[in-house]
Structure formats: structure tokens, C-alpha cells
Ligand binder design. Sequence first.
Ligand SMILES: *[C@@H]1O[C@H](CO)[C@@H](O)[C@H](O)[C@H]1NC(C)=O
Ligand SMILES: *[C@@H]1O[C@H](CO)[C@@H](O)[C@H](O)[C@H]1NC(C)=O
Ligand SMILES: *[C@@H]1O[C@H](CO)[C@@H](O)[C@H](O)[C@H]1NC(C)=O
Ligand SMILES: *[C@@H]1O[C@H](CO)[C@@H](O)[C@H](O)[C@H]1NC(C)=O
Length: 427
Amino acid sequence: MLSTLIIASVLSLLAVSVQAVPCVQFDANWNLYAFGGSSDVKLGANDTWASPSPSPLSTSGRPPWTGSNTQCILSQTNNAMYVIGGDSDLSKIYIYNFASDSWSTQSTSSAPSDLGNSRSSSVLDHDTNTLFTLTTGSGLYQLDMSSVTNSASGSALDWQAVENPSFSVSGYTVTAAQAANHIFYLGVPGTAAGSADIFVVHFAYFQPTAQAFSGTAFPDSAGQAVSIPNAGDNVPYQIVFVPNDFSNTYILTHWTDLGDYTVTSDAPFATNLINSTQTLPAPSSQDNAAAYAASPYALVQIDTSGNINYLSSPVGSDYTVASGATWQRMSYSLSGSGGSSNSTTNSTNSASASSSSSATVGVGSLAPSATGSRSASRSASASSAGSSPSASASSSSSSAAGKSLAARGDVLGLAVGLVALAAGMLL
Ligand SMILES: *[C@@H]1O[C@H](CO)[C@@H](O)[C@H](O)[C@H]1NC(C)=O
Ligand SMILES: *[C@@H]1O[C@H](CO)[C@@H](O)[C@H](O)[C@H]1NC(C)=O
Ligand SMILES: *[C@@H]1O[C@H](CO)[C@@H](O)[C@H](O)[C@H]1NC(C)=O
Ligand SMILES: *[C@@H]1O[C@H](CO)[C@@H](O)[C@H](O)[C@H]1NC(C)=O
């Protein structure tokens, strides 16, 4: 019967089973969310996690969650999340507006073909809302999201080649996070344990040498890394690094004076914490394709089976780690996530990191139109030798502008309508 067929097809449409790598993220008010299951859910504030009551989010326009290197990144200033690799097309960026519970999709152009070789390869610079993604074949790329804020713009954004790193990325599974306007690259093959390679955002410059961190040396290993956002919406000062050997959860702390890097007196914490490593226990679920998110008050892991583990109050207001902190398993787990992969794949790129490829991609004219009020304009040229294109992260990020209260549930509405129609035909 036709009506039965309609019902069946509608139901199967609603029950699309996805093979996803799920992720977790916080909104700017530190409510927790989990994405990538058969539905995406809001889990709410930390005082509800002991007995969670998840509420489903809008499905209209959400990512299909079919990518294997999915990253869910908070734009704290805009109370939005940018999803990279929500499907196999890493050039497409899904934007979730936390305040209006709505999705939109940002198209981009000039993306390098080897964008995103891990779940920690892209970093959103806090102050400029610019995405930086290190590729292993064609160097560092940037995508200026400052004009986008919390919903997609109608026109494509252009990826820009920045420059090649100062270190070899051969065999590197990119593991990056930001602290104080520096992007730290962890686990670069051949870098000493306890040291990280660095891109200095505001000078668009890869430091020629790695920076050593005091404290327990983290292994020279790939893994997952995220920044710990700052409650005052300043640039983050701390990084969570979970290496693939799960030896510890490493908290890296960094701060530099923007005007004069030799000045340490106005650091927001004890100066001996600058460029230091502290340790917390490793997560109990040792899944090296798990995703992590941090708020100033918690660290959360979701593994590829959808299990959620969290560590409350990992660091105090003085930026030192809590002693005796332990991971807890949430009684809720995200169902319908794939668990299709739990191991990061080594990049099998055969690229010799030749610099010629970057020349073919549009370089220059990097300055976005400044529309925002929260101007963070700064530009700098890469001063390294050779043909490195100069890059600027000049931008302005405006706070939550251009709210789009997009109608949610279009697809669901249509489906419900069809069911009603079919039911009507049966009667
Ligand atoms: C990944 O690459 C590193 C260095 O190239 C190598 O030591 C390691 O065994 C590789 N791991 C896998 C899972 O292939
Ligand atoms: C911390 O590391 C940065 C980056 O390498 C460096 O510029 C700065 O001098 C270091 N600060 C201290 C106090 O070690
Ligand atoms: C929960 O989060 C709030 C801020 O939203 C924070 O003030 C509080 O300390 C957190 N509680 C714990 C136990 O971490
Ligand atoms: C997941 O990880 C475990 C332990 O590392 C390993 O034994 C298993 O084969 C992995 N599964 C997949 C699908 O990679």
C-alpha cells in the first residue's frame, strides 16, 4: 500500500543510522552538549551531570556526522560552534548557533586538498576568530571567520595559505591548541619530549625552535589537544593534551606579554607557571579518537562509542591543577554514534612538504572587511626567509551579531506532515 510505504520511508528517513565520530562542546555559558549521535543533545550545566536529562537539538541543517576527523570548535565570543569535517568535505563548515538552536553551512573556497589530518589539526584563534589549520603537504592555512560570527554568510570564505612550518611535518598527525596567541604543535616527529613547536599568531610566524616546558615531560606523541577557555572571554592560557599513550592528561600553561615577550610581571598567574606542564590523571576511556572539550570548570571526553567522561574543576582560579581530581563516567551516553574508528591514522601523505603548492593558492588580500566593533586589528608579515607568503590575521570579531533565528525542524516538520497525510489516507 502506498500509504504504508510512505510511512515506512518517512520512518526510515527519521532513523538514519549514522557512523559518526561524536564530539562534545560547551556554549559560552558552560552548558555541555554532545553531537553526532542519532540526535544531538544539550546536557546542560555541570550541576545536572550526575543525573543528566538530555534535550534534543534542532536537526534541521545539522551535519550528517559522517567525517572521520570531525572537530567541534567553540567560538566563545560568538557563542557558536564551528564543525570542521562534519562530513567528508572538510572545506564545508557547519555552524551551530547555541542561542537560537540553529544550524547553517558555510562554504569555503581554495581549501587545500589535505586539510585536516586529525581531530586536533584546526585551531580557532580567540581574538581574531580566524581558523588555522596545519596541513602536512601544503603548510599552514587560515580561514578568517570574523565576518561570520554565528551563522553562515551567503558567500564563500577563502582559505589563505600562510606559510610552511619551521619543522618537518613528515608523518605528523597534527595535534594543536592555542594558549595566549601562540599555537602549540604537540608531538611533531623529532621534537624533544616536553617541548612544543609554535606558530605565533600575531606575528604570523613559526618560531624557528621548539619551546621546552618545565614539569613532567609530555611524550613526543600525537594525541588530542584543546584549549581551556577563559571565563573572562580572554584568550585561553592553558591547553589540555592527551597523548595517544595516555600517560597523563597534561595541562600546558603559557602566557606572553603582547607588547614585549620579555615582560612576565603582568602574567595572570605565578610566573613559574609560564611554559609549564602540570598533570592530571589520564581519562579512563583510552580511545585515541575520542574528542575533548573544556570549560573553565570541567574537562569532558566523549569516546567513539558515545560514552561521556568528565573531570570537574581540573584547574583552580590560580591556574594550578587540582590534586586528587578524578574522571567520572556520565550515566548518559550518546546513542547512534558510530564508534567506527578509535585510532588516529598516521598521515600517509607522501608530500615532501614542498613549498611550491602553496603558491598556487590565493595568497594576499588577506584583510577582511572590518564590520565589527570589537576590533582586534593587527597585521604582521612572516619574516622567515624564502618565498613564504606573508599573512595577516587582521580582523575584527564582533560579538553575536546578525542573529538568525532560523526556523528549526523543517525536515522534521515535513516528515510529520507526511506521516499525518499517510495516516489520513489509511483512515
Ligand atoms: C605513526 O608514525 C610513527 C612515526 O612515523 C610511527 O612510529 C608509528 O608506529 C606510527 N603508528 C601507526 C599506528 O602506524
Ligand atoms: C615562553 O615561551 C615563549 C615561546 O617560546 C617564549 O617566547 C617566552 O620567552 C617563554 N617565557 C618564559 C618565561 O619562559
Ligand atoms: C560549575 O560551573 C559553575 C559555572 O557555570 C562554576 O561556578 C562551578 O564552580 C562549577 N562547579 C564545579 C563543581 O565545577
Ligand atoms: C580500538 O582500540 C583498541 C585498543 O587500542 C583496539 O584493540 C581496537 O582494535 C580498536 N578498534 C578499532 C576499530 O580501531
